[in-house]
Design a protein around this ligand. Structure first.
Ligand code: SF4
Ligand code: SF4
Length: 430
């Protein structure tokens, strides 16, 4: 039987648009605009001023607390301005606008004199590494679990439709990824790691298996969404169930994305801080899809021009179509968590644009929810502003994965209702 979790959905993958495009350098524009908040937690504190000369790898934002992350310049040049702008997730933060001199001079972190758990954790923190699957949780925090862990799980599932940058990374950089996994294992003090990847990427699985040491298992998972959600991945690979309100470390596991493992390799072995990443450009409404090394701070406008965004574009999404963020304009900039930018036409979004009608009590949303919730009842609790009922229906466990909205024949905006339920519970303090 294939390793998997219960429930979930099977959206059309659309990976063929970009999967065969090897990673190449994205042409960085003459100006980059780097957000000081590219992570979950406190925004980084500004560490440069207008007129400062910087290199690729110069610290421009210092982590403001333990749950925060350093931010680095992605180009060499001069700081032109500091501007408050909107990010791709809709919040506002300071952006450091840098005039790119086109030389790409680099500043690296000093070599590590020893590879101990503490020195690796410090390096991960120093390098500003965050979860690069899109969650952007600071990695050094995950490397300091409060309970003992015995296994590192590497999330290479890449279950969101369209996105193929992790797939390309596994094909093209397997040795570097394995080295990064080794550093993460040392940091955590664990002797085993499991890499999980969906079975629609067998060549990438083989690429990693060919270089994996004995204590790193590379496993093929059933292709199903959301296979890459932490709790679902842990269950599929270990059979362990993370209880409601608990963390993966409470069942002895830490989960990191495969691109995060690559970033750890770069930081530890090369002294390179986190300021560029692999990113997919895809969708039927652009002429130049593919996979690219993109420096932080490239505006979506510059990405759209390079991608050849077509007039029939109906939706631009940052991230995947299931959990990504639809963009109102092209003003935001790429960051550490920008795994993809999608340009979708009418055919690709038409299902999501059907008119909303009344719930017909078909229970399809409940029977597909990977967290075994009852979204239709939670939606009703939200409409009645009944926080206690929403909490009793375990709304706080919602992953916001979108499976319920995806299957709803009445096109109910269920994910939005789940978000409203969480907000209501927090506001009413129940
Ligand atoms: S209720 Fe939450 S976890 Fe369940 S399918 Fe909907 S979005 Fe996903
Ligand atoms: S899937 Fe939609 S129509 Fe069916 S029960 Fe859920 S909310 Fe109602």
């Amino acid at each position: 039987m294939k390793l998997s979790f219960k429930r979930g959905v099977h959206p059309v993958g659309n990976k063929a648009i970009s999967k065969d495009a090897a990673l190449t350098d994205f042409p960085t524009p003459q100006e980059v605009s780097i957000p000081l908040s590219q992570h979950i937690g406190a925004p980084a504190a500004l560490a440069v001023e207008v007129g400062s000369a910087v290199k690729a790898g110069t610290l421009i934002g210092k982590a403001a607390s333990f749950v925060s992350a350093n931010v680095f310049s992605s180009v060499s040049g001069v700081v032109k301005s500091i501007e408050k702008k909107r990010t791709a997730i809709g919040s506002f933060c300071d952006h450091v606008v840098i005039e790119n001199d086109g030389l790409y001079e680099e500043e690296t972190l000093p070599s590590l004199s020893e590879l101990s758990s503490e020195s690796i954790k410090n390096r991960v923190r120093e390098a500003g590494i965050v979860g690069m699957g899109g969650a952007t949780f600071p990695t050094h925090v995950k490397l300091s679990p409060k309970t003992p862990v015995d296994v590192l799980i590497i999330n290479a599932a890449e279950c969101e439709p369209y996105i193929t940058c992790d797939y390309r990374l596994c094909l093209e950089k397997p040795r570097e990824i394995m080295e990064g996994i080794g550093y993460l294992m040392t940091a955590l003090g664990v002797s085993n790691a499991i890499v999980g990847m969906e079975d629609n990427k067998e060549d990438a699985i083989a690429s990693l298996q060919a270089v994996a040491p004995e204590n790193v298992r590379v496993c093929s998972l059933k292709t199903k969404y959301p296979q890459g959600a932490e709790k679902q991945l842990i269950f599929a690979l270990t059979g362990r169930v993370v209880p409601e309100g608990a963390l993966p470390s409470d069942v002895g596991a830490v989960v990191d994305n495969v691109h995060t493992a690559f970033a750890v390799y770069e930081a530890v072995a090369l002294g390179k801080p986190s300021y560029m990443r692999a990113m997919t450009i895809s969708g039927q409404a652009c002429t130049h899809p593919g996979n690219f090394w993109v420096r932080n701070g490239v505006t979506y406008q510059a990405v759209a021009e390079f991608a050849g965004m077509l007039p029939e574009t109906m939706k631009v999404i940052s991230g995947g179509p299931m959990m990504g963020f639809a963009q109102a304009d092209l003003l935001p900039s790429t960051g550490k968590g920008t795994s993809s930018i999608l340009f979708l036409n009418d055919d690709e979004i038409s299902d999501g644009d059907k008119p909303i009608s009344a719930c017909i009590n078909c229970a399809s949303c409940a029977s597909h929810c990977p967290m075994h919730l009852m979204p239709m009842f939670i939606e009703r609790a939200v409409e009645e502003e009944d926080a206690l009922k929403a909490k009793g229906l375990h709304a706080m466990s919602c992953l916001e994965c979108g499976c319920c909205s995806f299957v709803c024949p009445a096109s109910r905006p269920l994910v939005q209702s789940m978000r409203r339920a969480k907000k209501l519970i927090r506001e009413k303090g129940v």
